[in-house]
Ligand binder design. Structure first.
Ligand code: C5P
Length: 296
């Protein structure tokens, strides 16, 4: 019996997110910068007997029914491409909240694809995994691109990996409620007139300072209108000296980024005291793709 494999599934934050247009297919073209962080789920893949893949979710995060989980959808997609792959029992150690803008479900799917490729007799390889991932969700491609920092166009799935930046401290604030990505895009569509947005400058992103000069998130307008507490969190992060403070993805989490961690504890305590139900999660930006997690 082959040993199980473990894969980290990191969360991401968007250091910049411009919504450029509603496309005829109903999707939106974006210009965004993804940064992965140390805060992560873990996917265990155990070679199993029987015919079917299975999934056990461990932790206090509500992820709905396992059959709808992207881990099993990823396994289905993998198996369609590589039918001889033996069945797998997945154990997902879930920490990243759902509907949070942190890419947790997408990262779990990417980790499941990587794990299956490590267990497969004839691995599909990175390019093939990227194709399978892109069909599962727009953010999956980032978690397969091999870099902790990347710029993305298209639906958020046309990736340009960027050279990693030195580690920075990040405080993710989970307000304790989810926002569905589809709803946030609809709120943006319903704005009249629709805001015009420009892509980020084309120059290299050599530091968080240079990104901070243009960084913004176009969802903030429509999301902060409906959830003013999130704008309050962003203000508190800036008051505590964050170099960048933004909604992540379509929310609901807001994050702050500092060059060093001196003021993180103070920011976390102040926010948790002021915002009922909020949970502050200190972490760091990743400086390398640590997706090659240990074998058990
Ligand atoms: O790709 P994903 O399944 O994460 O997207 C969830 C929903 O968000 C999509 O069904 C779509 O309504 C919307 N979406 C979009 N434009 C994007 C990405 C997602 O409109 N670039």
């Amino acid at each position: 019996m082959t040993d199980p494999v473990l894969e980290d599934a990191p969360a991401k934050v968007n250091l910049h997110l411009a919504i450029l247009a509603l496309e005829p297919d109903g999707y939106h073209s974006l210009d965004t910068i993804f940064q992965s962080v140390d805060f992560h789920d873990t996917v265990e893949a155990h070679p199993a007997e029987g015919d079917d893949d299975s999934l056990e979710v461990v932790g206090s995060i509500d992820t709905g029914s396992p059959s709808g989980n992207l881990v099993l959808k990823a396994a289905q997609a993998y198996r369609a491409a590589a039918p001889e792959t033996p069945p797998v029992r997945f154990v997902l150690h879930k920490r990243i909240p759902a509907g949070a803008g942190l890419g947790g479900g997408s990262s779990d799917a990417a980790a499941a694809l990587r794990a299956l490729d490590r267990l497969a007799r004839r691995p599909l390889g990175g390019r093939h995994l990227a194709r399978l991932g892109a069909a599962l969700g727009a953010d999956v491609a980032f978690f397969l691109c091999g870099s902790p920092l990347a710029r993305a166009g298209g639906r958020g799935d046309r990736l340009t990996p960027l050279p990693p930046l030195p580690a920075a401290s990040v405080l993710i604030v989970d307000p304790g409620f989810p926002i569905a990505t589809r709803d946030a895009f609809r709120w943006w569509d319903e704005r009249s007139p629709r805001p015009r947005s420009e892509p980020a400058p084309a120059r290299p992103f050599e530091s968080f300072q240079s990104i901070a000069r243009f960084a913004r998130n176009d969802f903030e307008d429509v999301v902060f209108d409906r959830h003013p507490a999130l704008e309050q969190v962003r203000g508190m992060l800036l008051d505590h000296g964050a170099r960048i403070a933004l909604l992540s993805g379509s929310g609901s989490c807001v994050f702050g980024l500092w060059d060093d961690g001196d003021r993180i504890d103070g920011a976390a305590a102040a926010i948790e005291a002021a915002i009922s139900g909020a949970r502050a999660l200190p972490t760091r930006t990743r400086t390398s793709d640590r997706a090659d997690a240990r074998s058990n």
